[in-house]
Structures are given as C-alpha cells and as structure tokens.
Design a binder for this molecule. Structure first.
Ligand SMILES: Cc1cc2nc3c(=O)[nH]c(=O)nc-3n(C[C@H](O)[C@H](O)[C@H](O)COP(=O)(O)OP(=O)(O)OC[C@H]3O[C@@H](n4cnc5c(N)ncnc54)[C@H](O)[C@@H]3O)c2cc1C
Length: 415
C-alpha cells in the first residue's frame, strides 16, 4: 500500500487529504506543516481579526479535531520541512526526523511579502498570512490608536475594515492610483474607496513609502511617503502581496516560474503533485490563482488523479471579500491590467438599493462578474460563465430583461 506525504496543511493540503480518503485511498497519509496547532481557515484572519478571542482559532478550524483521527490521517504540525531527497523519497524535518513517501504533494502556499528595508527588530510591523501573524497583529492593534496599512489590495482593505471597527484611525497607502488595481474593475475600486472613506479611512493613493522612522526602542513610529507626507502609527501592516514558496520545489528540480508549473492534473514531476497557491497550470487557469476555491479544486483534481477517480467538474473560479457589512463576490478571472483596453464592461443595478454588478468581456467572451451586495447577479453570472454562453454586453445592459429571463434562455433551456 502506497504512502502519501502532503507538505502544507492549509486549504489545499487538508482538502487533498480529505478527498484522497473520500476517493478510497486506504494507504498511509501524512500531513505536515510548520505551523503549530490544528489547521485554520485563512479568510477569517483578516475579516474577523478582532471577532474571536479564542487564541487557538477553534471557530475557524478547517476540519474538526476528530476528523484527522477518524480518517486515519497523521497530522504532524510544528514541523518545518528543510529538504527533500527525491532519490530516496525522504523528507527531512528541522527537528531531525525523516519521513518517507511514495507520492509527494506540495501544498506550500505562499508567504506575505515585506520590503527589504523594513527592520526585522521592529515589534509593531506585521504581515497577515497565518494564525501566528494574526495573533501578533491583534495583540498589538488592541493596544493601539493609529494604524498605517501599506497596500490597497483585499488583505489591506479587509484589515482596514477590521481596524476601523475596533476604533483605530487608519491611513492606507497604495502605490497604484486606485485600490484593488490588479484584481478588480475600476468601478469596484471606486466603490470601496468611497465606502472606506465614509468609514473614516484616509487614503494615500499613487504614493509609496520611502522610509520608516523608528523610535529608540525599535518601534515604527511613522512612515514617510514619496510625497513627503509623514504618517504616524502605533501599528504598521504590510499587505503588498505574496511570494509563492518555491524553494523546496526548486531543490527538486521542478519547473518554477511564478509558482510551480503543473499539468492539468496538477502533476509537476513523476510522483510529485503541486496544488493550491503554489501551483501554476497553464491549461487550467493560465495564471497562478490565490483563492480558497482553487486550493480545494486543485486538491480534488490531484486526489482524483492519484486514485483513478472521475475528475471533479471545474466551476468558474470564484472569490469573495467582506468589508464592513458589504460582500463582494467575484466569478471568473479578469484579464491582466495590461489588457484593460480590450475589456468591455457593463454595470448593472442589483435588486437592493446600492447593489450592483460589473460584467467584463474579453475577446467577445464573458470572462468575469463582480457583484457588490448582489448574490443573484453573482450566481447567474457564474452559471453563464460555466455554460460558456455567448451572452452579449447589450443583453446585460438592457435592464428591462431580468437576469432570470437570461438565465432561462441561456442556462436552463440549454441543459
Ligand atoms: C488573511 C487572508 C484572507 C484571505 N481571504 C480570502 C477570501 O476571502 N477568499 C478566498 O478565496 N481566498 C482568500 N485568501 C486566500 C486563501 O486563503 C489562499 O488562496 C489559500 O490559503 C491557499 O491555500 P494553500 O493551502 O495553497 O496555501 P497556504 O494557505 O499558504 O498554506 C500553505 C501551508 O504550507 C505550510 N508550509 C510552507 N512551507 C512549509 C515547510 N517548509 N514546511 C512545512 N510547512 C510549510 C505553511 O505553514 C502553510 O500552512 C485569504 C488569505 C489570507 C492570508
């Protein structure tokens, strides 16, 4: 009976172990992670930063404590993998132990970036990627009045929302001229700018941090911007994106670019699968995707490939963000900003006051729906994407025709 080792016990790794058992894998299964404790979901870490006072985040466990014993999955946390020997199929841990495998699954995700000029000694500068980061950030933020957040992507904005709710003043600095520039349409960026402004966040768009000024006891006291402005802070958070954890993959000689190149079954090399945020599948996604759904989907595909089970159906890739009381739901993938000129957009009002959705076409194909407080548009848009329909911008722009009618025409009658 084969032995499978999964390195990384987060969204991708845990889903993969679960799916392997669901698909009938009866061999030994070991799940390894450098973090201590039971595996925890990541999305609540920014959205509910101050809403759980449970130090071990039990409310957000990916699976119950019992799950691992019931499914006979050996969970080895607090175990950093330092090297892998492909010839002997052996994983070496920092604590000196070795673990052998027949099939290896790398679910190593990514680490939050932090600029080189940041002092490693500073005790009030944070990133937010895992439970350890969240615990430290929350502790400091609860005793702070002024937060400066660098980065106007989803993490930066969700942290801003949590910080405002906890009563801190928030200055948010973004290098690009608009928020969410890499991942959202300009209409969505503007909506969130206004929402956060209304909640009291001060934005510094199109500006960069040129210097961090420290106190004598190595605390960041203020940041200097390219405009010359100085922003004071008690807590400084960097939400400037992530770098995939490629080092172990590189040492195995796998093909590494932005993430590890895999085929459409997430196989990177003989007996080595790479899943989740670390994987880059030209065939499946054409870009590296950082989302819970992609982590779960890639895990299910790898597990199906290993066990010879039917491949899971691929949904349109989806994502969400919660800020204050507003939910953004996204289905599909927006083409890169360099292709912005070729994207056709239509905005449609939702049922509730203030709700709306942005629909994007690229090369005459519907590619993405972003919905603010508008679950109906999200759901119908997602189905339209999955059916690969030729719905046109004119049809979406015509609000006299309901989405339900369009759904019936393009989806219900087609299936
Ligand atoms: C704060 C936050 C909020 C988010 N919100 C959303 C959201 O709303 N919607 C959404 O779709 N996505 C969201 N995401 C993104 C989503 O969480 C990621 O796409 C997902 O976690 C990727 O899963 P993964 O298992 O591939 O990688 P990760 O979650 O990064 O897990 C990788 C694991 O590998 C472990 N590891 C790495 N190197 C080693 C080593 N050498 N030895 C042992 N273990 C190792 C790490 O400790 C880690 O636990 C959010 C992410 C964060 C951080």
């Amino acid at each position: 009976m084969k032995r499978i080792a999964i390195i990384g016990a987060s969204h991708a790794g845990v889903s993969c172990a679960d799916k392997l058992r669901q698909y009938g894998f009866k061999g030994a299964l070991i799940l390894i992670d450098r973090l201590p404790g039971f595996p925890v979901q990541r999305p609540p870490l920014s959205k509910k930063l101050f809403q759980s006072d449970d130090a071990d985040f039990a409310a957000f466990y990916l699976r119950s404590k019992e799950f691992f014993t019931q499914e006979n999955i050996e969970l080895r946390t607090n175990s950093n993998v330092t090297s892998i020997d492909q010839k002997t199929k052996t994983i070496s841990l920092e604590d000196g132990d070795d673990i052998t495998y027949d099939i290896l699954i790398l679910a190593l995700g990514a680490d939050a970036k932090i600029p080189n000029f940041v002092s490693k000694q500073a005790s009030n500068i944070y990133v937010l990627r895992d439970t350890q980061d969240a615990l430290k950030l929350r502790k400091t933020a609860l005793n702070s009045d002024k937060a400066v957040i660098i980065g106007g992507g989803f993490i930066g904005l969700e942290v801003a929302s949590s910080m405002r709710r906890a009563g801190l003043t928030v200055d948010l600095v973004e290098f690009e001229p608009r928020l969410l520039a890499r991942v959202s349409s300009p209409q969505i960026s503007e909506f969130f700018r206004l929402l956060h402004n209304k909640q009291g966040v001060s934005f510094h768009l199109g500006k960069a941090v040129t210097e961090i000024i420290y106190s004598d006891n190595d605390q960041a006291r203020s940041v200097k911007l390219s405009s010359g402005e100085i922003l004071e802070c008690d807590v400084l958070v960097f939400g400037i994106g992530v770098a995939p954890n490629i080092n172990l993959a590189k040492s195995l000689g796998l093909c590494v670019a932005d993430g590890v190149t895999v085929d459409n079954t997430y196989l990177a090399s003989e007996d080595i699968y790479v899943i989740g945020d670390l994987a880059f599948s030209q065939k499946r996604t054409k870009t590296r995707i950082e989302s819970v759904y992609h982590a779960q989907f890639s895990a299910a595909v790898a597990a199906a490939s290993i066990t010879g089970s039917n491949m899971p159906e691929q949904e349109a890739f989806w994502f969400w963000s919660d800020q204050y009381d507003v939910k953004l739901q996204i289905a599909g993938i927006l083409p890169k900003t360099s292709e912005a000129q070729q994207i056709h957009k239509e905005v449609r009002s939702g049922k509730k006051k203030g709700s709306f959705s942005v629909w994007s076409w690229y090369q005459d194909k519907l590619v993405c729906i972003e919905a603010i407080g508008d679950p109906q548009s999200y759901m119908i848009g997602k189905r339209l994407l999955e059916q690969d329909t030729d719905i046109s911008p004119e049809m979406i722009a015509d609000e006299t025709v309901s989405l339900k009618q369009l759904f019936e025409k393009f989806v219900a009658n087609a299936s």
